[in-house]
Design a protein around this ligand. Structure first.
Ligand SMILES: C[S@@+](CC[C@H](N)C(=O)[O-])C[C@H]1O[C@@H](n2cnc3c(N)ncnc32)[C@H](O)[C@@H]1O
Length: 250
């Protein structure tokens, strides 16, 4: 690419920042469109690809343009240790809504009801991608495509459908909402088409989400412990789903 810095400036407002080698690797693996990718050391980045991701090495060789360190640091607020950064086209909302609404659904949708912590949201998207879930929906004001969430998700937003919706707009399917006061999840087989809903770090499940819930389920926890962290709750629930059925990894 002749002018990667110019291209970056033209696209930065609307594109998704892929910060670091691993985010770019995952995005490419899962079909992201990457119009610009820069590095301060192309040979080192391709050597890393050779070692860790030979499946995408040739694609990265085409995408990556070497730029001087000053140019690179002017593009990204906190330079990543791998000195790789790229911009990807955000998948269309219409395409994501279609994926989320598609039936029959073979893997759950994870809903984060008004999450507050960007790192938690990123960790959940990474989990959801790893377990092959249909998508991750957030309600409330947090943008699930915020650069910090994408960084926490290691670029795996492109492996699942990530959207912000209202509770009324949630896709169809039985809503299994996780709450310490619910029935013990260990006796339950989670359906593959479940909507698995988790509450906010601060206030738990909203009134609207509770009203929409078909089942309230709890994770095992000894008395006197109030709750688990949001992302770890999602991890346990998806692991439980993978054990009790489901098209894991499909
Ligand atoms: C940090 S907790 C919320 C704590 C919040 N103070 C409350 O009042 O519920 C975030 C979310 O993780 C899930 N969670 C945490 N511990 C859980 C447990 N033992 N059983 C089921 N869900 C749990 C719930 O969905 C909860 O809303």
């Amino acid at each position: 690419m002749t002018d990667p810095v110019g291209a970056w400036h033209r696209l930065a407002d609307t594109a998704v920042l892929l910060d670091g080698f691993h985010a770019l690797k995952h995005a490419v693996r899962f079909g992201a469109e990457v119009p610009v990718a820069v590095t301060t050391d192309r040979a080192a980045a391709l050597a890393l690809a050779e070692e860790l991701a030979p499946d995408v090495r040739d694609t990265l060789a085409v995408l990556l343009t070497e730029v001087p360190e000053a140019a690179y640091t002017s593009l990204v607020p906190r330079p990543h240790p791998t000195a790789v950064a790229a911009l990807a086209v955000r998948p269309s909302r219409a395409a994501n809504l279609e994926r989320l609404a598609h039936t029959p659904r073979t893997a759950p949708v994870v809903v984060l009801d008004n999450p507050r912590n960007l790192g938690n949201a990123g960790a959940v998207i990474r989990l959801a991608a790893g377990f092959g879930t249909t998508g991750v929906v957030t309600t409330g004001t947090l943008d699930p495509w915020h650069p910090t969430v994408v960084r926490g998700g290691a670029g795996l937003h492109f492996a699942t459908a990530v959207e912000r919706l209202t509770v009324e707009e949630l896709p169809p399917g039985p809503v299994c909402a996780l709450d310490p006061e619910g029935d013990d999840i260990r006796g339950i087989k989670l359906p593959d088409d479940a909507i698995l809903a988790f509450g906010s770090e601060r206030t738990g499940l909203s009134t609207e989400l509770r009203a929409r819930a078909d089942h309230l389920l709890s994770l095992p926890m000894r008395p006197q412990v109030s709750s688990y962290n949001l992302a770890t709750s999602v991890a346990m629930t998806l692991y439980h789903w993978s054990l009790t059925g489901g098209a894991f990894g499909a």
